[in-house]
Design a protein around this ligand. Structure first.
Ligand SMILES: *Cc1c(COP(=O)(O)O)cnc(C)c1O
Length: 408
């Protein structure tokens, strides 16, 4: 019997003490930076005001915080071919202006490390372009498709898996006429029962356009569920208006996957926004990217998962960060992710444990990776271990099944 040694001893220790310290030092969520202290609440709470006043240039950023020389050089070097920078005034409140190691700051403000292409890094690491069947529609799995509805986001994550196509990148278009073509493709393929709308961020579209797109899709009789993937509830909770939820709830069964990376994101505003979506009957799942110096620590990840559940968001996926060109400073070894899952499973609510996946390069799709709990087989006994690393024998008496499986 081969016994796989369990790696439990260090599972609860923090991969990066810096992450924990940075997390503790964060300003309390939703605080306004002094730059916007006198903005009337009516403006501040208006998502369009937030988008119009987002920080996109070096001069504005310098009015917000003290940049390191490295950050300044990287922001100054942003050009037409780079992933742009954008930070909503609301989300800027989560940045520690004095701490360059602040987790949220690391994901938003470029550093010169982005200019470094590491071995194995790609522009399109998940091979989406090759599985694109009509512009903006990726058909990889037999029964579901990914519809890229827009190329804009409220904030640009430095680890963006679609950095090649968002923020006005050349060679990709997201015109409304494309939605019709995509809907026609789905209508011609009865095997497609699920569409995931992403981008860019679909919730940056106005209510009228979203209504239009969702209506087009809902008119397809064989389409069972519609989903939206978005980071807007975390970075622009003002967008989750009663008018928006009134549009979304017309299209049930309708689901949402919300991008969250750090416990500090669960501010009172965000919890309320998630509550509005949940009250509209929308099942909410989360998606989190594992990031070095941001959330690569079991206690930070557990805190995030717990806060998500309290906000009525069920952890769905933890993603290994895709090997995008210029992201090696934000990526961790897969083993770190496995240790984090190991520190969650059994140690906390089962609902708080996401599925950890690698999106396989070359279009392989999402591949789950997890700690190993099956230690081996001893005759009829399956040898397993539990979360506390105790070993148990399970009488694997599947004889009847084996007979029927072999056609006997
Ligand atoms: C992630 C993804 C989906 C949806 O996958 P689920 O596991 O069903 O959430 C569909 N298509 C593509 C191309 C994807 O990357």
């Amino acid at each position: 019997m081969e016994v796989v040694r369990a790696n439990m001893d260090d599972s609860k220790s923090c991969m990066s003490a810096r992450v924990e310290t940075a997390a503790r030092r964060l300003p309390s969520g939703g605080a306004r930076a002094p730059l916007w202290a006198t903005v009337p609440d009516a403006d501040w709470n208006d998502w369009r005001w937030q988008v119009r006043h987002s920080i996109r240039h070096l001069a504005e950023l310098e009015g917000l915080l003290e940049l390191t020389p490295d950050e300044r050089a990287a922001v100054a070097a942003l050009g037409r071919s780079s992933l742009p920078m954008a930070i909503t005034p609301y989300y800027a409140g989560l940045i520690d202006p004095e701490n360059p190691d602040c987790p949220v700051r690391r994901t938003l403000i470029p550093t010169t490390a982005e200019a470094h292409a590491a071995p194995g890094e790609l522009r399109d690491p998940c091979g989406e372009d090759a599985d694109t069947v009509v512009p903006g529609l990726v058909h990889r799995y037999p029964d579901r498709v990914l519809l890229l509805a827009t190329g804009s986001c409220a904030v640009y994550c430095r680890y963006c898996t679609r950095s090649r196509m968002v923020g006005g990148a050349e060679g990709y278009s997201f015109q409304r006429e494309q939605w019709r073509v995509a809907a026609d493709y789905i209508a011609r393929h009865p095997s497609i029962r699920d569409v995931l709308i992403s981008g860019g961020d679909p919730l940056l579209l106005d209510d009228h356009h979203l209504d239009d797109l969702l209506g087009m899709l809902r008119a397809i009789p064989h389409l069972e569920i519609i989903r939206i993937g978005t980071k807007i509830p975390a970075v622009l909770p003002q967008r989750i208006t009663p008018e928006l939820t009134a549009v979304l709830r017309k299209y049930h069964p309708f689901f949402m996957s919300l991008h969250f990376i750090h416990p500090s994101e669960l501010t009172p505003e965000v919890i309320e926004a998630c509550g509005r979506l949940a009250d509209a009957g929308i099942p909410l799942g989360s998606q989190t990217v594992l990031l070095k110096g941001v959330n690569d620590c079991p206690s930070v990840m557990k805190d995030l998962m717990h806060r998500l559940l309290v906000a009525r968001v069920r952890p769905y996926y933890l993603y290994q960060c895709d090997p995008i060109v210029g992201t090696s400073h934000l990526r961790t070894p897969v083993q770190d992710g496995i240790r984090i899952i190991e520190a969650l499973r059994g140690h906390t609510t089962g609902y708080a444990v996401p599925t950890y996946v690698i999106d396989a390069p070359g279009g392989g799709g999402k591949v789950p990776v997890s700690p190993n709990y099956v230690l081996g087989q001893m005759g009829e006994q399956l040898v397993v271990r539990n979360f506390a690393n105790r070993v148990y024998e399970y009488p694997d008496g599947g004889e009847g099944d084996q007979k029927s499986a072999s056609g006997a």
